[in-house]
Design a protein around this ligand. Structure first.
Ligand SMILES: Cc1cc2nc3c(=O)[nH]c(=O)nc-3n(C[C@H](O)[C@H](O)[C@H](O)COP(=O)(O)OP(=O)(O)OC[C@H]3O[C@@H](n4cnc5c(N)ncnc54)[C@H](O)[C@@H]3O)c2cc1C
Length: 579
C-alpha cells in the first residue's frame, strides 16, 4: 500500500489514542497488515476506517481481501489470489458447504444434482478441462433420443421433429436480423419479435414445447422477455461448441470446486469460514468492512462479492453508503431467472426409455420436459427416477407449493401420458432455489434492452468493492464457466489494484528517483499515549512483527524507542512480497 494522504493511515489502526504519522513514506504492505491484525485481533483496538467520512468503530478480524461466497467463483478467486502470492484473504460463506449452486443431493438411492448439471460446450471450456482432469462421469446429451407426447399420451414425435427444423430455420433468420441490427442501429428487441418476423408462431401445444425446450429450458425465460442482441449470439456456443455434457458422477459436479479448494486450503483452514451470512457491506476508496448476521465484523483493503444476482437485488444486504446510481442501474437491468428441478422416485419404471420426454400441453411450460434418469450413461437401471423441469413463472408457482401438491400435479400429467396404472411416487425432491435466501433464483439472464451502454460500468468496482460471480461475467453470465472465469478475472483486477498501490521502484517513473535508502523512504512514527496500559503491548507487538519480518527475509527493520516514541526505520526497499 502506498500511503499518500493522512487519511490513508487510518486504515492501519488509527484511534484517538494512536497516531501514525507520515513522513514521505512507502511502507511494506505485509508489515502493515501484520500490525493491523495485531491491533485488531489481539488487542481489540478500536480503529477508524478512513475516507469519505466513513468513520467506523471496528472490532473484528481483518485481512487484505475478503471474498464473500464459496461457490465456484469465490473459490476460483481465492485460488487466483493465493497462486499470485496473496494469502491474506478470508472467504465468508453463508451456508455450511462450498459449491453454491452446484449441489449434490441424496435421493432415491443415488446422488442427484439439485443445481448445475451440464457442462455447456466442451471444446475450450475451462470447466470441461477441470471435469476431464477429475474424470467426472457423465454423458454428452443426445436430444435426438427424444419422444414427444401430447396431453393424451399420443406420440407426436415425428411432427415435433419437423417443427424443430422449422424453428431452426426461423432462428437463422433471427440471427441474420441480429447481425443487421448490430451493423445498423444496435437497438435491441426480443427474441419473440425476431422469431415472429421470421415466420415462427408457437400456437399449437407441440410448437409450444418445441420452442420451450429451445429457449426456456436453456435460458430460464421465454423468448418474449429475452434479449435478441445479448442471447441469440450465444457466446458459449460460438466460443466452445454445442455439446452438452450431463454430469452423473456420484462425487457431483461440485467436486470440481471441492478439489480446487483442496489445492490451496487446509481442511480446517481458518480462512474459509462457514455459516457467515453477510448482511452489511461498508465500502469506500480505502477499504471495506463486512458484517455478518452473527454480529461479527471483518475489515479488508479489498472485498469481492460473489452473490447471485437475486441476492444482490434483494434487501438482504445493506450497502453503506448505498451503491451509486450507475451501479444500481447496471445491476437492476439484468434479471434472475427461475428454474426448478423435480425428481420423482417410483417403485418401477413405466415411462419411455428416452433421454428426453417432452409433454405437449396446451398451457406452455406445464411440466414440459422430463428426463429418464436411467437412460444410457446415466444412473443404473432400477433407479426408477424421473426428472421434471419447470422454469420462469411456473417455477415460482411450483416452488411455492408443498411437495405433495407438486407430486399430484405431475401424477395427473403422467397418468394422461401413460395411463391410470402409473404408480404413486415413493419419494419426491423439489429444488427451491428461488426461496433460498442465499440464492433467490437460479441464474442471471439478460432481458431485452440491457447493456445499451456496453458492459464497462457493470464490471467496475465501487471503491474497493469488486463484483464477481456468474452474474458479472460479460460473456458467460448464468453458467458455471461464467462463475469460474468471473472469479479469476476479478481476483486479477484486485491483484492489479494491489500492484498499482505500490509499484516497484523500477516501474514508477512518477515517484522520481528509485527508493533505496531509509532516508528516502522516510520513517513511521507510532506514538503511544504513554508507556502505561495496552499501548506498551502494541509497541511490543510491533517489535515482534519487525523481527518476524527479518526472519522471513522481508528485510530488517531497526528500532529505537526514545521517550515513548517508537521509530521504525524501514530497511532498503525490497518490493512488496505480494508482487
Ligand atoms: C437449477 C439450476 C440449474 C443450473 N444448471 C446449470 C448447468 O447445467 N450448467 C451451468 O453451466 N450452469 C448452470 N446453472 C448455473 C450455475 O449453477 C451458476 O452459474 C454457478 O454455479 C454460479 O456460481 P457462483 O460462484 O457465481 O455463485 P454461487 O454458486 O451462487 O455461489 C455464491 C455463494 O455465495 C453464498 N452466499 C450468498 N449469499 C450470501 C451471504 N449473504 N453471505 C455469505 N455468503 C452468501 C452462497 O451460499 C453461495 O455459496 C444452474 C443453476 C441452477 C440454480
Amino acid at each position: 500500500m502506498c500511503l499518500h494522504r493522512w487519511e490513508d493511515f487510518a486504515i492501519l489502526g488509527l484511534s484517538p489514542e494512536v497516531r501514525l504519522q507520515r513522513k514521505n513514506l512507502l511502507v511494506d504492505n505485509y508489515y502493515q497488515t501484520k500490525v493491523t491484525r495485531k491491533l485488531l485481533e489481539e488487542k481489540g483496538a478500536v480503529y477508524r476506517l478512513g475516507g469519505e467520512g466513513m468513520a467506523q468503530q471496528f472490532r473484528g478480524t481483518s485481512a487484505k481481501v475478503i471474498i464473500i461466497g464459496a461457490g465456484i467463483s469465490g473459490i476460483a478467486a481465492a485460488k487466483t489470489l493465493q497462486d499470485n502470492g496473496v494469502q491474506d484473504f478470508i472467504i465468508l460463506e453463508g451456508s455450511d458447504r462450498i459449491g453454491g449452486r452446484m449441489r449434490l443431493v441424496d435421493f432415491g438411492g443415488v446422488k442427484i444434482e439439485a443445481g448445475a448439471n451440464w457442462v455447456h460446450g466442451i471444446r475450450g471450456n475451462p470447466v470441461w478441462e477441470l471435469a476431464q482432469g477429475l474424470d467426472l462421469k457423465g454423458k454428452v446429451q443426445d436430444v435426438a433420443k427424444m419422444v414427444v407426447r401430447d396431453d393424451d399420451g399420443a406420440d407426436v414425435t415425428e411432427h415435433a421433429v419437423s417443427r424443430f427444423a422449422d424453428l431452426q430455420r426461423a432462428r437463422k433468420h433471427a440471427h441474420a436480423m441480429l447481425e443487421r441490427k448490430i451493423s445498423e442501429d444496435g437497438n435491441d428487441t426480443s427474441i419473440r419479435v425476431a422469431l415472429r418476423l421470421a415466420g415462427w408462431k408457437a400456437i399449437a401445444p407441440v410448437d409450444k414445447v418445441v420452442e420451450y425446450f429451445s429457449f426456456d429450458f436453456q435460458n430460464g425465460a421465454t423468448p418474449d422477455v429475452t434479449s435478441l442482441l445479448q442471447n441469440e449470439d450465444e457466446e458459449t456456443l460460438v466460443d466452445f461448441d454445442d455439446k452438452e455434457y450431463f454430469v452423473t458422477d456420484q462425487r457431483g459436479f461440485g467436486f470440481i470446486v471441492e478439489e480446487m479448494a483442496r489445492t490451496f486450503l487446509d481442511k480446517q483452514d481458518p480462512r474459509l469460514q462457514f455459516n457467515k451470512c453477510v448482511d452489511e457491506i461498508k465500502w469506500s476508496n480505502q477499504g471495506v468492512v463486512v458484517r455478518t448476521s452473527d454480529g461479527s465484523e471483518y475489515s479488508a483493503e479489498y472485498a469481492l462479492t460473489t452473490f447471485s444476482l437475486g441476492v444482490l437485488q434483494s434487501d438482504h444486504i445493506s450497502f453503506v453508503p448505498e451503491l451509486p446510481d450507475w451501479k444500481l442501474e447496471e445491476i437492476y437491468q439484468v434479471e434472475m431467472c427461475h428454474y426448478t428441478k423435480i425428481f420423482l422416485k417410483f417403485p418401477f419404471k413405466f415411462w419411455d426409455g428416452k433421454e428426453y420426454i417432452f409433454h405437449a400441453h396446451p398451457k406452455r411450460g406445464y411440466y414440459p420436459v422430463m428426463q429418464d434418469m436411467e437412460a444410457e450413461g446415466c444412473h443404473p437401471p432400477g433407479t426408477n427416477i424421473l426428472a421434471v423441469t419447470v422454469t420462469g413463472e411456473e417455477s415460482k408457482r411450483v416452488e411455492g407449493l408443498p411437495n405433495s401438491t407438486v407430486a399430484s400435479e405431475i401424477m395427473e400429467v403422467l397418468r394422461n401420458l401413460y395411463g391410470e396404472d402409473v404408480p404413486t411416487p415413493v419419494d419426491i425432491f423439489v429444488s427451491r432455489w428461488s426461496q433460498d435466501p442465499l440464492f433467490l433464483g437460479a441464474f442471471t439472464r439478460i432481458p431485452t434492452g440491457a447493456f445499451r451502454d456496453g458492459t464497462e460500468k457493470y464490471k467496475a468496482p465501487v471503491g474497493r468493492l469488486y463484483f464477481g460471480g456468474e452474474a458479472f461475467h460479460e460473456r458467460y453470465m448464468g453458467f458455471v464457466h461464467g462463475g469460474l472465469l468471473a472469479g479469476v478475472d476479478k481476483a486479477k483486477d484486485i491483484l492489479n489494484a494491489i500492484r498499482d498501490e505500490c509499484p516497484s521502484p523500477s516501474d514508477t517513473p512518477d515517484m522520481g528517483k528509485p527508493i533505496h535508502t531509509s532516508e528516502e523512504i522516510g520513517e513511521v512514527t507510532l506514538t503511544g499515549s504513554g508507556h502505561n496500559g495496552p499501548w506498551d503491548n502494541i509497541l511490543d507487538d510491533v517489535k515482534e512483527t519487525c523481527c518476524q519480518n527479518a526472519t522471513t527475509g522481508l528485510g530488517s527493520w531497526s528500532l529505537s524507542e526514545p521517550k515513548g516514541l517508537l521509530e521504525l526505520h524501514p530497511p532498503e526497499w525490497q518490493g512488496s512480497p505480494l508482487l
